[in-house]
Design a protein around this ligand. Structure first.
Ligand code: ADP
Ligand code: ZN
Length: 332
C-alpha cells in the first residue's frame, strides 16, 4: 500500500520527496507551470495520445541512460497520463523499482493516483497494457488545482461525485457544496477531495487487485466509457462519467428510492446535460465492457447512498431502457 499525504501546504514535503528520487517524469504543461517541481525532469508531451508504448519505452531508455539501478526510485509529477506511464515504467524497469506519485490534476488526485493501476493504451484500447504497481508515496497537494482549466475541474468532479455515492457523509458534503464546487471554491473542492481520497483508499485496501468490491467504483462508467469511445474522446473522462451517471440512474430508477433518484439527477444536471448518443451505438460498445458476464451488460447502481448493487441487462433491454431514459430526461 502507498503512504498518502494530502494537504494544502505540503510543497516542502514534496520537494524533499523529489530530492530522494533519481529521475522524474512530467509533461510539457506541468514543466512550464511548475518548474520548481520539475527541474531536470524527463518531459513528455501532454495528452492521452502520448500514453503509448513508444513513449513508455523512451522513458525506460532514459532511465537506463541515467544509470538507474534497482535501489533507485522515480517520481511522476503530473496528471493521470504521467502517473500511468511513469508508474508502468517503474513496474517494468529491472523488473520493478519504487516510485513516488505527485498528482497535479483533480482527477488524478481524487481517483487515479490511488489504487496502483498503471498502463498505456494500445491498438486503440485504453489501458490495454498495464500492471498493478502502487507508488511508495503519494503527495496530494490541493494547491495544484489553482492552475487547472475549467474542463479539468469537471473531469475531477465526475469521479468525485461518483465516489460520493459510496458514502453518506461525502454525499451530503457534495450536495451541500455543489455551488462552491461549480464556482471552483478552493475550500469546497479541498473538503470533498479529502473525503474522496479516504473512501478510495478504504476500497482499494479491501480489494487491491479489483477482484470484487472495487467494482463499486464503476458507477456511471459502463455508459460513461461507451460514450467516451463512441464520441471519439472529444470530452474528458470525467465529463463522460457525469453523463454516464445520469443515463444509468435513469435506466435503473426503479432500483433506487424515488427521493434519491430525483435528488441525484437534479444534482448531476447542475454539472452536465444528458447524453445524446443513441442506445444502439452505446450498446455496441458497452457489450464489450470487461465487467459483463453471460452476455449481459453490467451497471453499478446506488440503491442507497453507500450501497451499490449490480444491475445486469441483456443488450435489447439495455437499448430500450437507455432510449426511454433519454426521452424522459429530455422532458423533465
Ligand atoms: P488526467 O489527469 O485528467 O487523466 P492528463 O494527465 O492528460 O489527464 O492531464 C490533463 C491536462 O492537464 C494535460 O494537458 C496536463 O498537461 C494538464 N495539467 C496537469 N496538471 C496541471 C495543473 N496543475 N495545472 C494546469 N494544467 C495541468
Ligand atoms: Zn473513471
Amino acid at each position: 500500500m502507498s503512504r498518502v499525504y494530502v494537504g494544502k501546504n505540503i510543497e516542502s514535503k514534496i520537494k524533499a520527496a523529489l530530492d530522494g528520487c533519481a529521475f522524474t517524469v512530467t509533461d510539457d504543461n506541468v514543466a512550464r507551470i511548475y518548474p520548481e517541481f520539475t527541474r531536470g525532469a524527463y518531459v513528455i508531451e501532454h495528452g492521452e495520445k502520448n500514453k503509448n508504448k513508444d513513449v513508455l519505452f523512451d522513458i525506460i531508455g532514459a532511465m537506463s541512460d541515467a544509470g538507474l539501478t534497482r535501489g533507485d526510485r522515480i517520481a511522476a509529477v503530473g496528471g493521470g497520463v504521467v502517473g500511468d506511464m511513469a508508474g508502468l515504467a517503474a513496474a517494468l524497469y529491472v523488473r520493478g523499482i519504487d516510485w513516488v506519485c505527485v498528482p497535479t490534476t483533480l482527477l488524478a488526485m481524487a481517483d487515479s493516483c490511488i489504487g496502483g493501476k498503471t498502463a498505456v493504451d494500445f491498438r486503440g484500447v485504453k489501458n490495454l497494457a498495464g500492471a498493478f504497481h502502487s507508488p511508495r508515496e503519494i503527495y496530494i497537494s490541493a494547491r495544484f488545482v489553482d492552475t487547472l482549466a475549467d474542463r479539468e475541474f469537471l473531469c475531477g468532479f465526475g469521479e468525485m461525485i461518483k465516489t460520493s455515492m459510496l458514502d453518506p457523509h461525502a454525499y451530503e458534503l457534495m450536495r451541500k457544496s455543489a455551488d462552491g464546487l461549480l464556482a471552483h471554491d478552493f475550500e469546497c473542492v479541498y473538503a470533498l477531495l479529502n473525503r474522496c481520497v479516504e473512501i478510495k483508499k478504504r476500497i482499494v485496501k479491501t480489494d487491491p487487485k479489483e477482484k470484487g468490491l472495487r467494482k463499486i467504483l464503476n458507477v456511471g462508467h459502463t455508459v460513461g466509457h461507451a460514450l467516451e469511445s463512441v464520441d471519439g474522446f472529444r470530452l474528458s473522462h470525467g465529463e463522460y462519467v457525469l453523463k454516464g451517471m445520469i443515463a444509468e440512474f435513469s435506466m435503473c430508477k426503479y432500483h433506487m428510492p424515488p427521493s434519491l433518484y430525483g435528488e441525484a439527477i437534479e444534482t448531476l444536471r447542475r454539472f452536465t446535460v444528458p447524453p445524446r448518443t443513441s442506445g444502439r451505438a452505446v450498446c455496441e460498445t458497452a457489450v464489450r465492457d470487461k465487467k459483463n458476464t453471460d452476455g449481459k451488460i453490467s451497471l453499478m447502481v446506488p440503491v442507497e447512498i453507500g450501497r451499490i448493487e449490480e444491475v445486469r441487462l441483456f443488450p435489447d433491454e439495455f437499448i430500450s431502457r437507455y432510449d426511454d431514459a433519454l426521452k424522459e430526461l429530455k422532458e423533465i
